[in-house]
Design a protein around this ligand. Structure first.
Ligand code: HEC
Ligand code: HEC
Length: 318
């Protein structure tokens, strides 16, 4: 943040300097240099001034404290909850919160490196009891996952845009139970976890980046777990398939996330072929799916019931 404020001051100074040069050119005698100098310096002054304004708006959007209620929560952490939470962490959170895409959730993945534009660093924190969460309450962890707000009211750029917020209240509590009961593993990660670059701030100021979802305060319930279309729909509400494969799953278009193909192709596969594809990363045509762009390693750890539910949901796409 401080380096960006420094850049901002430089930009303001440059803008003023060009403004002064424009005035000076205007006062010179020679007609050509008068007009050329005034117009050129004037335009540069306005341009750099505009970028400074966008940077200020970006700074306000990025660093103004965010609010969302902290539920009064004390997760009992029964064995069933821990097991369910471990399953969700394993099949979803590992795709971002683990360098080797496996438990425990030691973090350290810089999602900024996967984005083709240098927007900054977004480093997933260590979620094991050796990381910062040891000082958080259960309610604060719940709020971070549901509404993308950090312990100090800081905006969690990525979390506020992933669909994990649609996990049911019960599932989020199960995840918290597991986070508390993971083996502690030391791994120092960037703190605070987000560091927007100057370009990131300017784009945020210009409204070209997602600014996070508005807070959700309603209770979210999940349908009964089973191999049903309904449960498949629930899984796709919290997994990020749509961020890459498009809002209607008919293929991604222009987006920061990797562009995934039209998932209607699944209709041509049997249920068995679909499950094998997501477990092995090799589709029925022998094509190897790139694990860096498509998180099949996490998704493929879902059980037969869950993968069948996704298959049924996808093969019913209009
Ligand atoms: C798409 C990648 C992605 C997924 C999926 C994801 N996270 Fe995150 N998470 C991040 C990043 C990056 C951060 C750092 C702050 C930010 O940018 O949101 C973060 C921050 C957090 C924080 C705040 C911790 C702190 O110290 O500030 C918590 C808690 C958290 N994640 C929990 C989870 C859990 C639990 C899951 C699975 C249910 C999950 N996340 C899924 C990328 C992800
Ligand atoms: C981070 C982006 C991303 C997410 C999240 C994601 N995908 Fe993908 N997916 C891709 C990309 C990119 C490819 C193509 C990869 C390749 O061919 O190497 C792909 C490929 C696939 C394929 C194989 C297509 C083929 O022709 O072999 C299937 C099936 C699939 N995704 C289903 C899903 C489902 C279901 C989910 C959610 C549970 C999901 N994906 C989540 C990006 C993503």
């Amino acid at each position: 943040m401080f380096i960006n404020i420094f850049f901002l001051l430089v930009m303001v100074a440059v803008s003023v300097l060009f403004g002064w040069l424009a005035r000076r050119s205007w006062k010179t005698g020679n007609v050509v240099s008068k007009w050329a100098g005034t117009i050129l310096s004037g335009l540069l002054s306005v341009l750099v001034g505009l970028l400074s304004i966008l940077t200020v708006i970006g700074l306000v959007k990025a660093y103004a404290p965010r609010t969302a209620p902290i539920p009064d929560l004390n997760v009992a952490a029964t064995p069933e909850q821990i097991q369910r939470g471990e399953h969700i962490a394993n099949t979803f959170c590992t795709s971002c919160h683990s360098l080797n895409k496996a438990l425990p959730l030691t973090g350290g993945v810089d999602l900024g490196l996967d984005i083709p534009i240098p927007l900054g660093n977004f480093v997933s924190p260590n979620l094991t009891p050796a990381g910062p969460l040891q000082d958080w309450s259960d309610g604060e962890i719940f709020r971070a996952m549901r509404n993308g707000v950090g312990r100090d009211g800081n905006w969690l750029f990525v979390m506020s845009n992933v669909r994990g917020r649609n996990l049911s209240d019960e599932d989020l509590q199960a995840v918290i139970a597991y986070l508390r009961n993971q083996p502690p593993a030391a791994n120092e990660t960037l703190d605070p976890p987000d560091r927007l670059s100057l370009l990131g701030l300017i784009m945020l100021g210009a409204g070209m980046l997602p600014a996070g979802q508005p807070p959700v305060t309603d209770v979210i319930a999940a349908p009964l777990k089973g191999p049903t279309i309904e449960y498949g729909e629930y899984i796709l509400s919290y997994q990020d398939c749509r961020d890459c494969h498009g809002e209607n799953l008919l293929g991604g278009t222009d987006q920061l996330a990797p562009i995934g193909p039209n998932l209607k192709l699944v209709k041509g596969w049997t249920q068995e072929q679909f499950i094998v594809t997501l477990r092995t990363g090799i589709d029925p045509l022998g094509h190897e799916i790139d694990p860096a762009r498509m998180p099949w390693k996490s998704i493929g750890r879902m059980d037969d019931e869950e993968l069948t539910a996704i298959y049924l949901y996808l093969s019913g796409l209009p």
